[in-house]
Design a protein. Structure first.
Length: 34
């Protein structure tokens, strides 16, 4: 199992903290059964 992170979210994370909602959406999209 692996987490797929969008390039946009990855760039945001490189420059600092990301929005919790964006992180949760990433998990829901990548790991729908988690």
């Amino acid at each position: 199992m692996s987490l797929t992170v969008s390039p946009d979210l990855l760039e945001k994370a490189k420059s600092g903290p990301i929005d919790l909602g964006d992180f949760v959406d990433c998990i829901k999209t990548s790991l729908p059964y988690a």
